[in-house]
Design a protein around this ligand. Sequence first.
Ligand code: 26Q
Length: 818
Amino acid sequence: MTSVDLEFEQLNSTVDALRRSISNRLMYGVGKDAVTAQPRDWLHAAELAVRDRLVARWMKTTRQQYEQDVKRVYYLSMEFLIGRTFTNALLALGIHDEVRDALAGLGIDLNTLENLEPDAALGNGGLGRLAACFLDSMATVGIPGFGYGIRYEYGMFRQTIVDGNQVETPDYWLRAGNPWEFPRPEVNYVIHFGGSTVRHGDRTEWIDTEHVNAMAYDTVIPGFATTATNTLRLWSARATDEFDLSAFNQGDYRRSVEAKNTSEHVSRLLYPDDSTQAGRELRLRQEYFFVSATMQDLIRRYQRTHTHFGRLAEKVAVHLNDTHPVLAIPELMRLLVDTHHLPWDKAWKLVQQMFSYTNHTLMPEALETWDVEMLSRLLPRHLEIIFDINADFLKQVGEKFGRDVDLIRRISLVDEYGQRRVRMAHLAIVASHTVNGVSKLHSQLMTQNIFADFARMYPDRFTNVTNGITPRRWLSQASPKLSSLIDERLGPRWRTDLFELGRLREWRDDPEFSKAFHDAKFASKVRLAARAKLETGAIIDPNALFDLQVKRIHEYKRQLLNILHVIVRYNRIREAPEKAWTPRVVMFAGKAASAYKMAKTIIKLINDVAEKVNNDPLIGDRLKVGFIPNYGVSVAELIIPAADLSQQISMAGTEASGTGNMKLALNGALTIGTLDGANIEICDAVGRENMFIFGHSTEEIDALRATGYRPRRIYEENPELKLALDQIRLGHFSPDQPHRFYDIFHTLVDWGDHYMVLADFESFDKAQADVDAKFLDKEAWTRSAIENVAGMGIFSSDRTIAEYAKHIWHVEPLSVTS
Ligand code: 26Q
């Protein structure tokens, strides 16, 4: 390596300079001129011009991290749901208007380009989006944090609705190239699979393995209004050179290329969360592939500035976003003990000081486990290490609690009932110094239920860090009108100190502010109505109440409760169309995992009900129902600002936190919700009088279960509910196939109604009546909407990250000098 002083240009960001940069990038970067350039080429050129302005900051941050020998956070996640980057980067750099004007000078409309960028949809839902919000906050707060994950070629599938059914198409998001990533072919690690182990004295060797390479791609993560810039490093699978050589020797060209291709499958696609464990071998390969590359990278980076491992835990924190990356634990043990010859006890101590783990689910059936037989075939050395960890652990359990066979069976890392399986959450807890849940309720239930034994074993290990969302994307970027109204009153500081929003309460009774607030929301509703008309021809009235339920389709989230209520409302309007109905547009959006049959049937039911309701002349504008296809980050940015009502109606005790609830409240929607997940904390922050709380609490649900829950009785005793359910059962909405929704009916009425939809119906209906009444009182509604925005300070992911940094990772923000 030489170190000459590079004579690169310092780029400034005046409109003139930007126009020149974009022109240069179009010519020399994209290879087009103004005559041949398509809109996509212009987007690419503009992206490169913006990226150039990020790179100098990025180099500087990296250098300063290195010089200050800071402690680094490795945030390991199988999912990063980034969405688009262009607008976000423009706002972070504070050059949005300048780039708009520069492009206008070239005859190009910025907004058109912005909408051409594909989403980086490398995640399923909440967990993946949380990781993306965390990257934004770590950079903005100045925490030296690296995101690590997989560079899937196919992200979350694209959803279209055909005849009311979900149809999935592959999302090849890299088709037009990805200007935000830098390939790093020199950062390359060998990942081993299969083979067997041999012992040489007290050493173990893993032999006869097959290999694949992991190659790094780096994405710049700009902090907002700071020079601090972080890195998201994603691994892509490449066949090793041996493939080429052995092919050459054997002369079987076709087979060798096929084998090469197969070995690269490992980073091909994102697995959907089917909540019922698919147990696919390729998923296990993915998990190991990415954590092995990451642990090797971690060690290499540490060794660049240290000669022994004594200070490893002082310099590195590793965070597990759920159990998906948990194999990082045995992998780091293997590297330290087998490769770097550290004694087991010393290595284990380091590991325990480095790792922390966030749990995102309370449902026991959703906890990840892997078949012992599969592990022994794919990762024999890791299975040995896990067994050794387990033996030490169970010994400690015995020392603490005596010989309690049932306890040992429950708490063991290996589930011995039936086919033996490794419980990944147990491994994560045993190896981590801190385990956190994602809302107060979730953290509390976690230690009372699924991890109760562990909470007795390690009482100090469990804590809570309530989730948050980045206000840069979810208010500043998504809702420009509301943002500039807030700027007028508060100045721009709320973007980095969300508690500033509390000052909006000063104007909650000011008619002028109230009107401006209402107008800003109205503008977002008009924007959505225009898009709906453009894309589907549907005419919706922006004066109606916009009621949104947007999230993955899952039985526990209870889209069924919502649609049942829509049916009851529909029947009521038909009975008495002359009454003063509050006009409503009920919108659903969300994807169903492709293997989750019930979720797909729910989508079909929503669309069948929409078809009937929307085409009934008796109903008119009083009620409209819509399913917005292809929910994802960009669709969310469009529709969330337009919501009046946010449906957060999961059965209490099932939604770990929820983050959509925060995004909607931050945009001035009022929540109708259960006392579940972060809804409870939202309620504390904005005031119960500004929400519509309904339904059984967790304790009440437990009590109801204990005394014997009989959904059929509710069905029989509530005539309106009975009518709606019978309509579902008898094909009122599916005359072409009357039995289509047979399973939905019986799930609710006869098969136990696991998520207590019927039990909460009456209370939901009452809350909905309050919603209708309140919406007619515009002043009262807007006042509550303002209270919602004003109370959201605590839900900034900057606060969440500050808590992780202080209480879990023990890292300090980098002092960046410009
Ligand atoms: C596991 C094994 C095999 C294949 C897929 C999976 C898998 C993938 C994704 C399992 C779970 C997920 C995603 C879970 C998720 O998004 N959980 C949500 O996390 C949010 C952030 O903490 C919470 O707000 C939500 O309450 C929680 O549901």
